[in-house]
Design a protein around this ligand. Structure first.
Ligand SMILES: [Ca+2]
Ligand SMILES: [Ca+2]
Ligand SMILES: [Zn+2]
Length: 321
């Protein structure tokens, strides 16, 4: 309970105008879920509520879909360098504030909340959580250049797309039908998801395709019923991938890691909110409060300056109009 309080306090102290919204989520005892198979190098799939955290990464017969291989990381890093060199010769990109237009696509099976038909208030609260998270408004969080503004909301009662099944033809059809804007536009889809997932995202690519975007469990939005994942940080995490961040546990204790120097290496995902976790001999405790770990929403509240730089580079390389 102490950790829940400290995180809420962190939000409250730093951003008093949005902190109340975060309190609506509650912190019911729900444990993270199993992963689904079928991950691709350009996707990221998150675990959802309602299953056994300890079983998740190594669940028999299932591979952790978020684990990119070292070869995949090397390939992505080479592409980032090449793309960045084309946009900004030499050094890191620097950016003034970038306001990302967000289009939220509410996908539902009927017009009830249980059917995925979220109220506008939850969507507005989600945008507030994104801004709070990316502007360094949380205690210890680094500021990034990114701000978010709600451009529009589409409401889609489409039982044939529901639940949203990761990697399915129905998902591709849904995105092809709904996605709008260029590479700078964040298309955020909400709905019930397959396989107890919390969400998934596409990493940036040089050539835009209709799959680009973020999918999150509807009830993971602030005020949602997803228990320890009901404060809106699933979207924060997924948007991190959309801006080219890896998990903090990418590569484990090995060499390449998450390509960010100021996030201590971590052997495996952390769940719930452990104290003093230290899974790699490399300096530093595991970054369990980082948005790119797998801890519960109340436990994750930071990006680092290194992650801010990486996202800034990725914006210049891939998403800047
Ligand atoms: Ca690191
Ligand atoms: Ca360590
Ligand atoms: Zn992830």
């Amino acid at each position: 309970m102490g950790l829940h309080s400290s995180r809420w306090t962190a939000r409250t102290v730093a951003v008093s105008t949005t902190s109340l919204l975060l309190l609506l989520g509650g912190a019911a005892a729900v444990t993270p879920g199993a992963v689904a198979a079928g991950e691709t190098p350009t996707g990221c799939v998150e675990p959802a509520a309602h299953a056994d955290a300890k079983a998740r990464p190594g669940r028999p017969g299932r591979q952790d879909p978020d684990a990119l291989t070292e070869a995949q990381v090397r390939q992505r890093e080479a592409d980032l360098s090449a793309a960045l060199a084309g946009r900004r010769p030499g050094g890191h990109a620097t950016l003034a504030t970038v306001t990302i237009p967000v289009v939220v696509h509410v996908v539902a099976e009927d017009t009830t909340r249980a059917g995925g038909y979220l109220p506008d208030s939850m969507i507005q609260q989600q945008i507030a959580v994104l801004n709070d998270s990316y502007d360094g408004g949380t205690v210890g969080g680094a500021a990034t250049p990114f701000a978010f503004t709600l451009q529009s909301v589409t409401r889609n009662v489409r039982p044939e797309w529901y639940p949203i099944v990761y990697g399915s033809q129905a998902e591709r059809q849904m995105k092809a039908a709904l996605r709008v804007g260029g590479k700078e536009t964040l298309n955020l889809y909400t709905g019930e998801l397959s396989d107890d997932l919390l969400g998934w995202a596409t990493f940036p690519q040089r050539k835009l395709n209709s799959s680009d975007g973020v999918v999150v469990l509807a009830e993971s939005l602030p005020g949602g019923t997803a228990g320890i994942y009901g404060l809106g940080d699933t979207a924060t995490h997924e948007v991190g991938h959309w801006l080219n961040l890896y998990h903090t546990f990418q590569g484990g204790c090995g060499k390449s890691g998450d390509q960010v120097a100021d996030t201590p290496a971590e052997a495996s995902p952390a769940f719930n909110c452990p104290t003093g976790r230290d899974t790699c001999t490399a300096a530093g405790l595991d970054p369990i409060t980082n948005f790119m770990d797998y801890t519960q929403d109340s436990c994750m509240f930071q990006f680092t300056p290194g992650q801010a730089t990486r996202m800034t580079d990725a914006w210049a390389a891939y998403r800047a109009p």
